[in-house]
Ligand binder design. Structure first.
Ligand code: FEO
Length: 404
């Protein structure tokens, strides 16, 4: 059975959902699936904007067959050549052998790398500012390299103000019939997952996101159609403002994320005691995570959200406790910056964690150390409470001063 929705006269959502996939990119846990969005424009000419992952091919082809009613497909626009959106290019070229596949040089280079089909005769190469007229509708191409791969493009439909934005403004989480932001509780259902998606998938490329903002700043955008998650037609400002903040690596909120590694609970005990002391000093909305338990993508998401971070971990094999080391390496790879950081090490006979955590944070830009970094010997004793009080004072003062 087909499952499509009209999003504007002659323009349809023809995507689908995968709720079976355990991990996006085989890396990021999906608790409520993911949607792969694709769009069909039925004008004097017909055009599809991006395809879908091959996990939902049957549904996808049924959707297209239902709407096309035997018409020819004139254009297949490839805004993003990552396989979660390209799984059906070959199928569509087989079904519509005369279709013009619209992309840039990089898109076709990647197509050749990923697939075996020769589509040279179908290629239509476009670049920045080119336009494709379909009859009433007119698509302008905007190059958006590295948001999230080098070939990425967006399209601005100049008569309706629809921005087809590729991965940008997308989110984890399947759709449930309601495909528009005003049909769902976006903040309740999707916002945290949109941040997790941004931070982990696009987070490294903040400068490139800013560059796209400079290109589309003067456009009168009425609707944003991403490749994942709800379409924005009501509160576009919400996601545009957040993307601006996220891509500048600015915290959304003053608040503290404490993430710790612990073998026998002693470092966890210190982290909890610190959280308690921060709460007593008036700090709200504190987050505490065990890096061995919570998938790094969720911690990274809160690192993007909050202003202050506390890392606490033991020495392990004369190095840093592995899950903490992995998390800090991910933060470096994603280009995390502009945060206030506090560090607590732990060791029983030889100390390395403290020094290594300090070195890792030094690899990130504009990370200001708050309070005295200290190194526990196996566990925090009541007699050492003053050390924790001093750290809590310093963090709370910094958070509360900024919140005023
Ligand atoms: Fe949804 Fe970058 O792929």
């Amino acid at each position: 059975m087909y499952s499509v929705r009209e999003i504007s006269p002659q323009i349809y959502w023809i995507g689908g959902n995968d709720r079976r996939l355990e991990q996006f990119e085989n890396l990021f846990p999906l608790t409520n699936g993911v949607s792969y969005n694709s769009y069909l424009i039925l004008d004097e000419k017909t055009a599809i904007v991006d395809t879908v992952d091959d996990a939902i091919t049957d549904q996808y082809l049924e959707n297209i067959e239902h709407l096309m009613q035997g018409r020819e497909l004139d254009y297949l626009i490839i805004n993003h050549m990552e396989p979660d959106h390209c799984g059906n290019i070959e199928n569509l070229v087989r079904r519509y052998p005369n279709v013009k596949v619209v992309g840039n040089n990089k898109s076709f280079q990647l197509f050749e790398q990923f697939y075996n089909m020769d589509i040279t005769k179908n290629q239509m190469i476009v670049g920045e500012g080119d336009e494709l007229n379909l009859g009433k509708h007119n698509l302008r191409f905007i190059c958006a390299p590295m948001v999230h791969w080098p070939e990425v493009m967006m399209n601005f439909e100049t008569t309706t103000g629809i921005l087809f934005s590729a991965d940008a403004f997308g989110t984890f989480g399947a759709l449930a019939g309601n495909i528009f932001d005003d049909e769902v509780d976006y903040k309740g259902l999707y916002l945290d997952e949109a941040r997790r998606y941004y931070a982990n998938i696009v987070g490294k490329f903040g400068a490139q996101v800013q560059s796209v903002f400079r290109k589309i700043g003067s456009y009168d955008i009425k609707m944003i159609c991403s490749l994942h998650g709800p379409i924005f037609r009501k509160d576009l400002k919400l996601i545009l403002d957040l993307y601006d903040k996220w891509s500048r690596y600015e915290a959304e909120k003053e608040g503290v994320v404490i993430f710790y590694g612990t073998m026998y609970g002693n470092t966890a005990n210190t982290a909890d005691a610190l959280a308690n002391k921060l709460a007593e000093r008036g700090v709200q909305d504190i987050r505490v995570y065990d890096v061995s338990k919570t998938h790094a993508s969720y911690i990274i998401s809160d690192i993007w959200k909050y202003s202050h971070l506390v890392a606490a971990a033991p020495t392990y094999n004369m190095g840093l406790y592995y899950p903490m080391d992995n998390l800090l390496h991910e933060m470096i790879a994603l280009g995390v910056k502009n945060r206030k950081v506090s560090i607590i090490g732990n060791h029983s006979w030889a100390s390395a964690a403290n020094k290594l955590m300090t070195e890792r944070f030094a690899c990130m830009k504009n990370m200001e150390i708050i309070g005295n970094t200290f190194d526990l010997k196996s566990r925090l004793k009541d007699s050492q409470e003053n050390m924790l009080d001093e750290l809590a004072d310093a963090i709370a003062a910094s958070v509360l001063k900024k919140s005023e």
